[in-house]
Design a protein around this ligand. Structure first.
Ligand SMILES: [Zn+2]
Length: 60
């Protein structure tokens, strides 16, 4: 499979365990995990932008 878009980060969400974590392949940072409905919802809603602001491996 070929794609022009590289996978640079992955957001893991476990709805059964109600937890989420974010792993950035660009800088190697792992954020989280966070637990609980409120924290998971806030985390998944903002982590991409939040991490982009502090990502140290940006190659653009
Ligand atoms: Zn990063």
């Amino acid at each position: 499979m070929t794609t022009a878009l590289a996978v640079t980060a992955v957001l893991h969400v476990d709805l059964e365990g109600v937890r989420a974590r974010y792993e950035c392949f660009t800088c190697g940072t792992k954020e989280g995990p966070v637990f609980g409905n409120e924290d998971v919802r806030a985390f998944t809603a903002t982590i991409r932008n939040d991490h982009r602001a502090r990502c140290t491996g940006e190659s653009r």
